[in-house]
Design a protein around this ligand. Structure first.
Ligand SMILES: [Zn+2]
Length: 207
C-alpha cells in the first residue's frame, strides 16, 4: 500500500450515528473514501447497509464518507478528519491499483496489521462490484454494502468461510440473497468480531 498515493478532493463528510452497543460502548470509527466516482448518495447508502449488517452482528460503527477522484500525490487518507485517526479506512478504487493484491475472485482486499497491531486498511474494487451487480441484475449499492462489511470482517479478524458474507466467491444465489438483505455474519463470526473490537478498545484505552 505504501506505493499508492492519493490526492484527495475533499467534500463535506457525513457522519452517521451508531445506534447499537459493542464492548465498552464505543463505536469503531470508519472512513470510506470514494475514489471510483460512485457518488456520495450511493456510497452513503452502501455505508448505511454495511453499518446495519455490522450492527446486527453486535458491532457498532460510526461512518464518515468522502469523495476523492484523483489517485496521485502522497496523502494516505482520502479525507480530512475532524477528530483523530479513524479505526478503519476503506477505500473504493476503480480497480485494483498497482502494488495491491488482486485476488482471483474477491471484490477487495484487507491489509493485515503489522505484528502487534490491528489491521486498519482495506480496499474494494468497484469494477468487480459492478460486474457482480450486472451478473445478478442486483442493485450495485447493495453489493457494495456487503463488500464493505466483508472487508471489515477481515479487519476484525475473520477469514473466508464456505458460505455467507465471508465467503470468498459469492455465487449467484448469494448475490441475490444479498440484494434482498438476507446475508449476514454468522453467530460465531459475530462473536469473533466483537472480541476483536473489545481488544481494540482495550488497546486504545491503554495508550
Ligand atoms: Zn475476503
Amino acid at each position: 500500500m505504501k506505493g499508492l498515493t492519493i490526492l484527495a478532493l475533499v467534500f463535506g463528510p457525513l457522519v452517521m450515528a451508531a445506534d447499537s452497543v459493542i464492548p465498552q460502548g464505543q463505536p469503531l470509527t470508519v472512513v470510506v473514501g470514494d475514489h471510483a466516482g460512485m457518488g456520495g448518495p450511493t456510497v452513503r447508502k452502501a455505508a448505511r447497509l454495511a453499518q446495519r449488517i455490522l450492527r446486527d452482528a453486535g458491532v457498532s460503527t460510526e461512518w464518515t464518507t468522502c469523495a476523492s477522484t484523483e489517485l496521485e500525490g502522497v496523502s494516505f487518507y482520502p479525507c480530512q478528519f475532524s477528530s483523530g485517526q479513524p479505526d478503519l479506512v476503506l477505500r473504493i478504487l476503480p480497480k485494483a491499483a498497482p502494488g495491491l493484491p488482486v485476488p482471483r475472485v474477491s471484490m477487495g482486499v484487507a491489509v493485515p496489521g503489522e505484528p502487534g497491531e490491528f489491521g486498519a486498511h482495506a480496499y474494494v474494487y468497484y469494477d468487480r462490484v459492478r460486474r457482480a451487480a450486472e451478473f445478478c441484475k442486483c442493485d450495485e449499492l447493495r453489493i457494495l454494502g456487503h463488500a464493505l462489511a466483508h472487508e471489515i470482517g477481515h479487519l476484525l479478524g475473520l477469514e473466508h468461510s464456505t458460505s455467507g458474507i465471508m465467503c470468498a466467491d459469492w455465487s449467484m444465489s448469494t448475490l441475490v440473497h444479498m440484494s434482498r438483505g438476507h446475508v449476514l455474519f454468522s453467530p460465531d463470526e459475530a462473536r469473533r468480531m466483537q472480541a476483536n473490537v473489545g481488544a481494540r478498545v482495550l488497546q486504545r484505552a491503554s495508550r
